[in-house]
Design a protein around this ligand. Structure first.
Ligand SMILES: Cc1ncc(COP(=O)(O)O)c(C=O)c1O
Length: 352
């Protein structure tokens, strides 16, 4: 930290993203990317002619992209906004709906950025414990007087809440915004987007990074009541009006319009996940019931940190969180069948 860094953020602990080795020698199962390339239409729309237009700013209203997303979800364009990854959209939401008097409530085991953003924005955290089996106890989410953040499915556990429980939280907090972070919903969860017309305090946030194979394009979106969306746009236009670049706008539209490819990729990931989970269970691993594109697994024989290191030595990268209750577990992204076979072979060789 330089002597110029603001004292107000002296305690800030940045989020540590999964490793992104640039040499690509690893089987990369550590950041929940898709094993598949973007939809074929994405490659078609990003040609030389579009690259040549990069001297121009992108459309700050992202009209065509928002129209494509709204159509896909049966919403009106004023019920949708977009951002540079869902991280940015979620950050806008915290900036818009939290402050010193309105803390953010979230689980003790969940996406690490929520905590980091709270400390950056001076927002108090109301951290609610998961049950022993890592499930969310929505009974704790009643009349909180907090903005509520629920990752559904949760990360890194992969466990899903049914829509009835999300509705219970919405009803129990009618005067606060409930943000449902659905980064992983397309692999077997139930989206709360269908509830948007019913609850004016619901904000659903999704990403194109996982199920639409666009992690490197950085595109996320929020869906909700037009007033909530206008609030997010107020933050966006006060910060970075051109937050989604020209190429990503085009890529996002092409990805949204190819429903068949989306269904094919998400079902393939779900099938590979379930097959891999069954194999791991046979080997004695303890697993949560993940509905996401990753598994959350504990070896009965090798501690988590050691197994992470041994897999890395064998050229396989997974994610290990050195935190209470997580230290013996690995979060393993569901890759291609071939990648998962390589993982299973490596684990057998290691005696895990
Ligand atoms: C639960 C959750 N939410 C949001 C994100 C952010 O995704 P992105 O910014 O790539 O859209 C992630 C990324 O891994 C995540 O795990």
């Amino acid at each position: 930290m330089s002597r110029f860094f603001t004292k107000s953020l002296a305690a800030l602990q940045p989020y540590v993203p999964g490793e992104q080795p640039q040499d690509m020698q690893y089987i990369k199962l550590n950041t929940n990317e898709s094993p598949f390339p973007p939809a074929p239409g994405v490659m078609k729309v990003i040609g030389k002619a579009e690259v040549a237009k990069l001297y121009l700013y992108s459309d700050p209203d992202c009209k065509a992209l928002i129209a494509a997303i709204a159509k896909r979800f049966g919403l009106r364009p004023e019920q949708v906004t977009v951002g540079n990854g869902s991280d940015e959209v979620l950050w806008f939401a915290l900036r818009a709906f939290c402050d010193e008097e309105t803390p953010l409530a979230y689980s003790d085991i969940t996406y690490g950025c929520y905590k980091t953003w709270c400390s950056m924005l001076n927002v108090p955290s109301n951290v609610l414990p998961l049950r022993e089996d890592f499930s969310v106890d929505t009974g704790l989410y009643r009349g909180l007087k907090c903005t509520v953040m629920i990752a559904n499915p949760n990360a890194p556990t992969g466990i899903c809440l049914p829509l009835s429980e999300i509705e219970a939280v919405l009803r129990a907090n009618p005067d606060n915004v409930v943000i449902v972070d659905e980064a992983y919903v397309d692999f077997g969860g139930e989206s709360a987007a269908s509830l948007i017309g019913k609850y004016d305090n619901l904000l659903v946030v999704q990403t194109c990074s996982k199920s639409r194979s666009l992690a490197g394009a950085r595109l996320g979106f929020a869906m909700g009541n037009p007033d909530l969306i206008a609030d997010l746009n107020r933050i966006k236009f006060s910060f970075n009006p051109y937050n989604v670049n020209r190429l990503t706008c085009l890529a996002g539209i092409a990805a949204m319009e190819d429903e068949e490819y989306f269904q094919k990729c998400t079902s393939a990931v779900a099938e590979t996940r379930d097959r891999t989970a069954a194999e791991l269970e046979k080997m004695g691993f303890d697993l949560t019931d993940s509905k996401a594109n990753f598994l959350f697994a504990k070896s009965s024989r090798i501690p988590g940190g050691e197994l992470y290191r041994k897999l890395k030595e064998k050229g396989i990268l997974v994610r290990h969180f050195d935190k209470p209750r997580l230290e013996n577990r690995l979060r393993i992204t569901v890759g291609s069948d071939q990648q998962m076979n390589a993982l299973l072979t490596a684990l057998r060789e290691l005696g895990a």
